[in-house]
Design a protein around this ligand. Structure first.
Ligand SMILES: [Zn+2]
Length: 439
């Protein structure tokens, strides 16, 4: 029986998204005067293609042989050499790339593809977390965070606040435009994750004023100013708390228990063999200094027969026996931003920590944002494209998928991404050479 390639949702296919990105790149004003040899659009698309193909550098391609594919598949008219690409992209404001993330998100909404990501009652879970991707004692730029050591040396770093829609039952994550954690203009003081979160939330509400969101973060975020900020922007939250960092809160929970206000709830899962014990109480003060900031507290012990794990959170959502299990799953899904996002970018072929060139102004940030954009397009394929899913299942790992994808891109003239995925799915038959034996 012949294998049939699964049908894809057309406007969310890699080709449709590439064509949409191409026109959005073309909307970004070129900072250079006149009519340069290589357009900004081509330079942006080339960097995007480099991350989309998980190439360790533009030079890793034999340009002569792949230029045709870069033109046809990615719509690049002229591919710059890597030096030219760095020079053209260094002055680009990373913020100018925001509409591209919004465009893909709108396409997902229109295609009703985000319905699979809804967590509860029309709300999405949005995980926020900071990560570092560059550190050097020598290489640095205007955006670098700088740590001055006592011995006179300086460590330069780049970090970003990553954000992604996640779901406990979905491996795919939908990243939003990340917020760079960089040295702010006109100040010597290093930026920090908390300020980045503030900027992120303001921009999130500009981009998506009505999106129903439950933010989930680790215990560093469980502080009064941040919770106030979430509240002011109509964002719900499930935030980690730790006894060591939130001693007052835990004391108040103990006091509430003595007063008979706390509820216990046990739930055994016959399917997984896991046993859960929950303890929760509503209307607790987050800390002594902000006694008027009230939160609902929940914690969970999970036994798997051998060991016990313990988790605790605060939330503004109602906690009761009917909701506590799902809230626990939402809080714990936060690891997907570390595992399915940052670890995938660092270890599954994307080379997130690889230095593609640092630049003097914004290059390092522009590359990081473009890589996140390439990751977003891949995640849309993972979520929505049965053909991509079938190829991934057939090849067994992402790493192998990217290797095979690059090999085909290198060796054959391709018409489109669809053509490339179909070739990977059906297998590419090479004709065996014919030898005519002379006798
Ligand atoms: Zn830098």
């Amino acid at each position: 029986m012949a294998m049939m390639a699964p049908k894809a949702r057309k406007h969310l296919s890699a080709d449709a998204l590439l064509s949409m990105l191409r026109s959005s790149f073309a909307d970004i004003a070129d900072h250079r005067p006149g009519k340069p040899d290589i357009s900004l659009t081509d330079a942006l698309l080339s960097a995007f293609a480099m991350f989309s193909l998980k190439s360790s550098s533009l030079l890793a391609f034999d340009k002569e042989r792949t230029e045709g594919n870069l033109q046809r598949v990615y719509g690049i008219e002229r591919v710059p050499c890597d030096t030219a690409m760095r020079e053209i992209l260094d002055p680009v404001e990373p913020e100018s790339l925001r509409p591209l993330f919004k465009g893909v998100f709108r396409a997902l909404q229109r295609g009703k593809a985000l319905e699979e990501m809804v967590f509860v009652e029309g709300h999405y879970l949005l995980a926020l977390d900071g990560t570092g991707y560059f550190s050097s004692q020598q290489i640095h730029c205007e955006s670098c965070l700088a740590t001055h050591h006592r011995n006179g040396t300086v460590t330069y770093r780049h970090q970003m606040l990553g954000a992604a829609l996640i779901h406990p039952d979905q491996r795919a994550v939908i990243p939003l435009m990340p917020e760079p954690i960089i040295k702010q203009d006109g100040t010597e003081k290093n930026d920090c994750e908390r300020n980045a979160a503030k900027r992120f939330i303001t921009k999130l509400r500009q981009d998506h004023p009505h999106l129903k969101v439950i933010v989930t973060e680790d215990s560093l975020s469980s502080n009064a100013p941040h919770i106030q900020c979430l509240h002011d922007h109509h964002l719900h939250y499930i935030l980690g708390v730790k006894e060591g960092d939130h001693a007052y809160l835990f004391e108040q929970v103990t006091a509430a228990e003595h007063a008979g206000r706390v509820t216990y709830y046990d739930r055994d899962d016959a399917e997984t063999g896991l046993r859960h014990r929950f303890r929760f109480v509503s209307d607790m003060p987050l800390n002594e200094a902000n006694a008027d900031l009230r939160v609902n507290f929940l914690e969970c012990w999970e036994w798997d027969g051998e060991k016990v794990q313990h988790f605790s959170w605060v939330t503004d959502l109602r906690v009761n026996k009917g909701t506590v299990y799902q809230l626990m799953r939402g809080g714990r899904a936060r690891w997907r931003i570390e595992n399915e996002t940052f670890n995938t970018l660092k270890n599954q072929g994307y080379h997130f920590e690889h230095n593609y060139g640092h630049g003097y102004q914004h290059l390092s940030v522009v590359f990081a944002v473009l890589m996140m954009l390439a990751f977003l397009v891949d995640q849309v394929q993972q979520l929505c494209c049965p053909l991509f899913q079938a190829v991934w299942a057939k090849l067994g790992s992402k790493r192998r998928l990217w290797e095979r994808m690059r090999a085909l891109f290198y060796d054959y003239a391709l018409e489109s991404m669809r053509y490339l995925f179909a070739a990977l799915f059906y297998g590419w038959k090479k004709t065996a050479p014919m030898f005519v034996d002379s006798s």
